[in-house]
Structures are given as structure tokens and as C-alpha cells.
Design a protein around this ligand. Structure first.
Ligand SMILES: [Cu+2]
Length: 393
């Protein structure tokens, strides 16, 4: 009877072990197949990504060092345990030894871990210090998170622009199939040169956001009223994608980060072009546009900057975001409309767009709003009207 019981118990253990092995095998072959598809090594998929910045390499090396220390400890501890369990098992007649209050053992298991911990804390502290060392940066960029976009300002260069989601609302609402970079594409990329230390000064305009680019090993909160700092030196050109990683409201998923890392001379060229673009747009403030021109430009700019809240059809999502179709302000005197467009509504998520958009874009958006969705006001707001309104304050 007893031996029969033992035999079934052994069989259960055997079956469970086999099941564990086959599950592990299945999981690993899944990883292998995926690695083949993505043309990378299987270990690269299982392991932490190495990234493309100096600090990401340092973090990766630290991770591998700690990993191997853990492997050695794991093999030692489990090896000793399994060896003891097998060779001193009760069924071959072993008696348990009594090591209670054994001074030697207690000293060893206190002193050895202290050495191991110090050996791990030393390189970890060095990496942390490097991670926080934002000194000697060649380029300073202020990054402002706001609902739901990023603003990049190249300090001392006079270049500043918004980076807004460019995935169409039709893709988001499943009217069109989703593209390759669904929710990971923007109208204006952040551009930085390769092999150059760039410092990011992060802040938030409304709520807490967080700036995350996994390939750079950067993840830092952007907090209203504070400036937090981080830095990167990227060693490989390319396009890298990240996102806001602090839940910041309804459009949290709609503020990706896209960074172009380019050669140094290409960066200088881009910067010069960007400065010229700002001058050109500023010059357009003096130009009088036709209603058609404003409405056309305004629709595009509206979809980028306003539709996340007020919706493409101008119906908003009441009560959070009011409808602009038939709104008393949009169909009322231009002054009140300008006031909200330029200064926003304090204490609400309706931002002041005066400092964020060019006079031209804001004028085009307001003209579009006044003449879309049956508003039919028939009047236009010119860039110079926006300029004068801002100057008069
Ligand atoms: Cu955010």
C-alpha cells in the first residue's frame, strides 16, 4: 500500500517537472521565433536593451555586472542547497546536524554579504553620479510638457516650436487602418546632433508629464513650477521614439516624443533653417490673407492644436470640452474670441495659445473656427489682428 502511494507521488512529481520543462521550452522557442523575425539575437530580446547613448551603455554594463554577480550567488546557494538535499536525504538515513548559534557560520554569512553589497553599490553609485551630471553640456533644450504636446526651446538660439501628434483622428477612431507609427509620430521632431552632450531642462505647463526615450535611457518628470534636468549623448544617428509616461489626462497617449539624431553639420544646417523659418513666419504677420487661405491653413492647424479637446467636428466633449460649433464666443465679437485664443482660460486646461503658436497659425485657426461647422460668420482674423491684440496687453 505504502509503496503504491510512493509510486503515484513520484509520478505526479515527474509529470509536473515535465510540464514545467515543456512550458519553458515553448516560451523560449516563442522568443526564438520573434528574434528571427526581428533579426536580432534571442538574448537581445530577453535582456535589457543596450540603447544608443553613453549613459544607456553604462547602465547596461552595470546591469550585466549585477546580473552575473547574482548568477554566481544563485548557482552557489542553490547548488549547495540541492547538493545537501540530495546527498543528505532522510531516505538514505541521514540525521540532521544542529548548527544552532554556530559562531563561525554566522560570521561568514554576515561578512560575505557585506562585501558583495559594497562590490555592487560602488559601480551603481558611480553610474548614478554620471546619470545626474548635467555639467559641460554643449546644447541646452527646454522641454515643456503640456496637455497634450511637447514644446522644445533651443536656449540661446531663438528656436522654439511645438511637437504635436500627427496621427490622424481617422486612424484613432478606426475609420482608416492604423499606420506603422500609430501614435508615435509628430509634426515637428526634436533634433539633436550625434556625439554631443545635450542637456534637457524639463518643466510642465499644466500637470505633471514625464519625458521618456527608452533608447536614450532617459526618463524624467516634467513638473509645473519646477525645472528638472537630465542629459544625453547619443552615439548613433537615427530616429528614436518615446512618449509621455506620466498619466496626464485624457490625451496622455497622444503626446509621443520623436527625436532625430543627426550628424553635427546637418544639425547646424537644420538649426539655421529653423531660425529662418521663424523669421519667415514672423514676416507673414504683415501680410493680409484671403478667407480661403486662412481657412485652409486654419483647418490643418486646428486639427493639430485644438481637435484633441474640441474634436474635429467642433462638437467638443461636453461638459469637459465645450462645443465650438454654435458657441457664443466663437460666433460673437472677435475680441472675446481673440482673448480666449491668446490668453486661454486661467485655471482650466484651455491653454494660452498666444505664446505657443505663430500669429499666422492662431489667426488661421480663429478664422477657421468662425467659419466652420455652420458658424458662417463670414469674417476673418488676420495675423496682424493677433499681433496687435498681444501687443496691446
Ligand atoms: Cu503627458
Amino acid at each position: 500500500m505504502n509503496s503504491l502511494f510512493l509510486r503515484t507521488e513520484k509520478r505526479v512529481i515527474l509529470r509536473k517537472t515535465l510540464r514545467l520543462f515543456s512550458l519553458t521550452f515553448l516560451a523560449l522557442s516563442g522568443v526564438y521565433v520573434q528574434a528571427q523575425q526581428e533579426e536580432v539575437s534571442s538574448t537581445a530580446l530577453l535582456n535589457m536593451p543596450i540603447g544608443v547613448s553613453t549613459i544607456s551603455h553604462e547602465i547596461y554594463n552595470l546591469h550585466m555586472l549585477i546580473f552575473w554577480i547574482c548568477v554566481v550567488i544563485g548557482v552557489g546557494v542553490f547548488g549547495a542547497m540541492l547538493w545537501a538535499m540530495y546527498f543528505h536525504r532522510k531516505s538514505i538515513g541521514h540525521e540532521a546536524e544542529n548548527w544552532h548559534e554556530h559562531l563561525g557560520v554566522e560570521l561568514v554569512w554576515t561578512i560575505v554579504p557585506i562585501f558583495i553589497l559594497v562590490a555592487m553599490a560602488w559601480p551603481a553609485t558611480k553610474t548614478l553620479i554620471d546619470l545626474y551630471d548635467t555639467s559641460d553640456a554643449e546644447i541646452d533644450i527646454r522641454v515643456t510638457g503640456m496637455q497634450w504636446k511637447w514644446q522644445y526651446e533651443y536656449l540661446g538660439e531663438g528656436v522654439q516650436y511645438l511637437s504635436e501628434l500627427s496621427t490622424s483622428l481617422d486612424e484613432i477612431y478606426n475609420i482608416e487602418p492604423k499606420g506603422e507609427f500609430y501614435l508615435q509620430e509628430v509634426n515637428n521632431h526634436l533634433v539633436i546632433p550625434v556625439d554631443t552632450k545635450v542637456r534637457f531642462l524639463l518643466t510642465g505647463a499644466d500637470v505633471i508629464h514625464s519625458f521618456w526615450v527608452p533608447d536614450f535611457a532617459i526618463k524624467k518628470d516634467a513638473i509645473p513650477g519646477y525645472i528638472t534636468e537630465t542629459w544625453v549623448e547619443v552615439t548613433q544617428t537615427g530616429v528614436y521614439r518615446g512618449e509621455c509616461t506620466e498619466l496626464c489626462g485624457q490625451g496622455h497617449a497622444f503626446m509621443p516624443v520623436v527625436v532625430n539624431v543627426v550628424e553635427k553639420d546637418e544639425y547646424q544646417f537644420w538649426l539655421a533653417e529653423k531660425k529662418q523659418e521663424a523669421l519667415d513666419i514672423a514676416a507673414l504677420t504683415q501680410v493680409t490673407f484671403t478667407m480661403e487661405e486662412l481657412v485652409e491653413r486654419g483647418e490643418e492647424a486646428y486639427l493639430r492644436s485644438c481637435a484633441a479637446c474640441h474634436q474635429a467636428n467642433g462638437q467638443g466633449i461636453p461638459p469637459a470640452f465645450p462645443a465650438l460649433a454654435g458657441s457664443a464666443i466663437v460666433t460673437g465679437p472677435v475680441e472675446a474670441h481673440l482673448e480666449i485664443g491668446v490668453n486661454g482660460v486661467a485655471g482650466t486646461v484651455m491653454q494660452a495659445f498666444g505664446p505657443l503658436l505663430s500669429e499666422l497659425d492662431l489667426a488661421a485657426i480663429l478664422t477657421y473656427q468662425r467659419n466652420a461647422w455652420g458658424n458662417d460668420m463670414g469674417d476673418v482674423v488676420q495675423p496682424i489682428d493677433v499681433y496687435n491684440y498681444i501687443q496691446a496687453q
